[in-house]
Design a binder for this molecule. Structure first.
Ligand SMILES: Cc1cc2nc3c(=O)[nH]c(=O)nc-3n(C[C@H](O)[C@H](O)[C@H](O)COP(=O)(O)O)c2cc1C
Length: 220
């Protein structure tokens, strides 16, 4: 169990254990579809903890991890989110809706959290100063865009990990951000990266069609 030996303390607290029931990354990538119809099967606290801990393993530039999550299981809140999402039925039907947002103000106010603990005191201080200088020179809009790019890495992780762990998802950008922020108490300066409906699908979604490698890639 090399993975467990190297796992973070946080991951160990979730008592995460590798079993053969999980899909490989390749299998999950090939079989994941957006699913917009859900069975009424709850997602447990432990399952959510595992999904969020694994999602939090996503990399980010400077390890800044500006992504934040709000996990919604309350039906009344899901109903309100559904209205803010133009009535998309998966928002009300899935047992869980996760709002992923990027909060650069929070990240900037807590830079010491993300600087590697193995650095010397001097190196930690100079790294924090470099980050303050780097991001302090950007406009709030540019910072928010940058953080949203990082949070999209976590979104990709969440979608793939959820499939690997036996769940289906529906990522969404079709919603009124200001309304969703008001419902969930997300800071106005934050950017909502996506809402994700999550649970056990009642169907398999649409068959995927994707570009071939030749369409998207040039080798030089
Ligand atoms: C960031 C993002 C936002 C999306 N927004 C919506 C949405 O609001 N409503 C919806 O039904 N599907 C939405 N989708 C799903 C896409 O249409 C879907 O991922 C794409 O057609 C590929 O299909 P697949 O997910 O089944 O592979 C979104 C997907 C992503 C990644």
């Amino acid at each position: 169990m090399l993975f467990l030996e190297n796992a973070s303390a946080a991951l160990l607290t979730a008592e995460y254990a590798i079993t053969n029931e999980r899909l490989s990354a390749a299998h999950a990538a090939m079989t994941r579809h957006s699913v917009r119809s859900y069975l009424d099967i709850p997602v447990t606290d432990d399952e959510l903890q595992t999904l969020l801990e694994l999602t939090g393993r996503a990399p980010s530039a400077f390890n800044l991890q500006p992504w934040r999550f709000i996990v919604v299981r309350d039906q009344a809140i899901k109903n309100a989110l559904k209205e803010a999402a133009y009535g998309q039925k998966q928002v009300g039907e899935a047992p869980v809706v996760i709002a992923i947002y990027a909060d650069m103000d929070d990240a900037m106010a807590n830079l010491a959290e993300v600087v590697h603990p193995d650095l010397t005191t001097e190196k930690r201080a100079s790294t924090i100063a470099m980050l303050e200088n780097n991001f302090g020179g950007m406009t709030p809009e540019a910072r928010a865009n940058w953080a949203n790019g990082q949070a999209n890495i976590a979104l990709g992780y969440l979608l793939l990990i959820a499939k690997s762990e036996g769940f289906d998802t529906s990522p969404m950008l079709g919603f009124e951000p200001d309304r969703v922020k008001a419902i969930l108490g997300i800071p106005t300066g934050a950017t909502i990266t996506a809402m994700v409906a999550l649970g056990r699908g009642a169907d398999d979604g649409f068959r995927s069609h994707r570009h071939a490698v030749e369409r998207t890639t040039r080798f030089r």
